[in-house]
Ligand binder design. Structure first.
Ligand SMILES: [Fe+2]
Ligand SMILES: [Fe+2]
Length: 146
């Protein structure tokens, strides 16, 4: 487990939006009255999280080729995740909706694994050598960290 506040917060965020995704999937499949609210919450929290990650990723871009490749994939996934989420919201056909929801569920799991297993260990290492408070300020995360 990381000692770093930024990485620890990102990992908490992953749990939060995976849960929110499951709530959204249930609401959307039942056409529940709160579907739009849950969708907006989920979309905003994923967007905010991805933007914060992007600040960190662009600040300390790795030199290692394998990590750079993963970073490139993860950045593309940020766009794909939001696009797929929007597709689910617009989809009216139940069979098709289930297919897209499953695709998005798998993509979220893959994305989170790439970040937590490959990228975060690198950034955790880099951040331990830098002044964390200044970076928290840059990432605009003060209101989210105790
Ligand atoms: Fe991400
Ligand atoms: Fe993430």
């Amino acid at each position: 487990m990381t000692e770093n506040k930024i990485i620890a917060h990102f990992i908490e965020d992953h749990k939060y939006y995976q849960n929110l995704f499951e709530n959204y999937a249930k609401a959307k499949l039942r056409s529940a009255p709160n579907t739009t609210d849950v969708y907006n919450d989920l979309r905003n929290s994923i967007k905010r999280h991805s933007n914060q990650e992007e600040v960190l990723y662009s600040k300390f871009e790795p030199k290692d080729d394998e990590l750079l490749k993963i970073l490139d994939e993860v950045r593309q996934e940020h766009r794909k995740i939001t696009n797929l989420l929007d597709d689910t919201f617009e989809e009216e056909d139940e069979t098709e909706l289930k297919v897209i929801l499953e695709k998005l569920r798998k993509l979220l799991t893959k994305h989170i694994n790439s970040e937590e297993k490959k990228l975060y260990p690198y950034f955790d290492d880099v951040l331990s050598k830098k002044c964390s408070d200044e970076i928290i300020d840059d990432i605009d995360m003060y209101d989210q960290i105790d």
